[in-house]
Design a binder for this molecule. Structure first.
Ligand code: ADP
Ligand code: MG
Length: 392
């Protein structure tokens, strides 16, 4: 099988008869802990994974932008000026281009909106990040495109600014109300380290995870139940958090601490209270995980991962039976900790395991899925890896 880099380069050659001027790529991510805290201005701890989305790019002589992907039948081509008519997409409605194309075109639009001078460009995309699995193929396509255009359009933006460009594309061009975590992980990833991100200040600190030294691995269990962020549940959870913050009279749930929860319980209805409690306790778990990693290493964070999953299952109610089964089977088979990762309603779970337990945990998860009549999950290991960059 050819690599994503070869596929993207070939696709560009088919499109333009010209060689790529350069190839850029950005990774997917898993979130070690800190779910739905990003848009509440809280804390997250993701890391970039080895799977990447690649953009092979060449400049054009005219003022048009064309995007192609190995995942799409047809390229999409528009005039650069037309981007400003296509976007932003009206809240709650579908983009006026094929949805996948709204990611790369949205990045081009967001750069123009930021005052960057644009010029005609062809972009060919290929990827080995599983799509819709909660591993953030969306931030990977945004990060690869943003990195390419940043250089070819001479924008000179730093990594945090490019992450903001990606989020703006996803929020306003695609219309998915996601936070900044995925884009920051894709831009800032480093090998063997997680990114401890304060989503209010966007201050990011690299935290060594030390998996290899401890003889541990992270297993990803992709349930292949596909989620759709831009619809329903995600929007509803976000609204609950905003309602909770308003009723508690704070700017965001970041400003509520675990010692405020008793009062919150008296002020809020049951559902809103449980949504709030997830965010507040999850923020604390991120802080605890960072401290534990620094003081005791990765073997000590298992209970925090398990508590995070329980909070998402019971309080935030974003898990699904397949994710619960993955987590329970992994822990029963000896995983140190496990939790769903990503926005929820499907997607993937992660399990922290001893390196020599990979076979046993994988087999146990597969057996549990079969016994429940679920489709076979895709199971693979990941290591914390580098962020977006230029490949050739
Ligand atoms: P996730 O980020 O968890 O993979 P999302 O729903 O946020 O899931 O993003 C997936 C969407 O991003 C896809 O449905 C598609 O529109 C777009 N996308 C991601 N990768 C690619 C790609 N390589 N080519 C075309 N579109 C892509
Ligand atoms: Mg996504």
């Amino acid at each position: 099988m050819s690599t994503a880099l070869e596929q993207a380069t070939r696709l560009l050659a088919e499109l333009t008869d010209a060689a790529a001027e350069g190839v850029w790529s950005a990774p997917g991510r898993v979130n070690l802990i800190g779910e739905h805290t990003d848009y509440n201005e809280g804390f997250v701890l993701p890391f970039a994974i080895p799977h990447r989305t690649v953009a092979a790019v060449a400049r054009r002589r005219d003022d048009r932008v064309r995007v192609a992907s190995t995942f799409a039948e047809e390229p999409v081509e528009v005039a650069l000026a037309e981007l400003d008519e296509l976007f932003p997409t009206a809240p709650g409605s579908a983009p006026r281009v094929a949805e996948w194309a709204a990611y790369p075109l949205g990045v081009a639009w967001a750069l123009r909106q930021a005052g960057i001078e644009s010029s005609g460009i062809d972009i060919a995309i290929a990827s080995d990040v599983p799509v819709g699995a909660g591993l953030s193929s969306s931030a990977a396509i945004e990060g690869a495109t943003a990195s390419a255009l940043n250089e070819l359009w001479g924008a000179g933006l730093d990594r945090t600014a490019l992450a903001r460009i990606g989020r703006r594309a996803e929020n306003e061009a695609v219309g998915a109300p996601t936070g900044i975590m995925d884009q920051m992980a894709a831009m800032l990833g480093e090998s063997d380290a997680a990114i401890f991100l304060d989503c209010r200040s966007l201050d990011a600190v690299t935290v060594p995870v030390g998996l290899a030294d401890a003889g541990l691995e992270i297993l990803v269990i992709d349930t292949r139940v596909s989620h759709a962020h831009s619809t329903g549940g995600f929007r509803e959870r976000r609204a609950s958090c905003e309602r909770g913050a308003a009723l508690l009279d704070v700017r965001s749930l970041r400003d509520v601490s675990t010692s405020d929860l008793a009062r919150a319980g008296r002020v809020l209805d049951d559902v809103t209270f449980r949504r709030v409690r997830h965010i507040v306790t999850e923020n604390q778990r991120v802080l605890d995980t960072v401290r534990t990693l620094r003081e005791h290493g990765p073997r000590a964070i298992g209970d925090l991962l398990i508590a995070s999953h329980a909070s998402m299952r019971d309080d935030f109610e974003i898990s699904v039976p397949e994710l619960d089964t993955a987590v329970e089977a992994a822990v029963e088979a000896g995983a140190i900790g496990a939790r769903m990762t990503g926005g929820g309603f499907g997607g993937a779970a992660i399990a922290l395991i001893e390196r020599d337990a990979e076979r046993a945990v994988t087999d146990a998860v597969r057996a549990a899925f079969a016994a429940s009549g679920f489709a076979e999950p895709t199971v693979f290991t990941v290591v914390p890896s580098a962020g977006a960059g230029r490949d050739t």
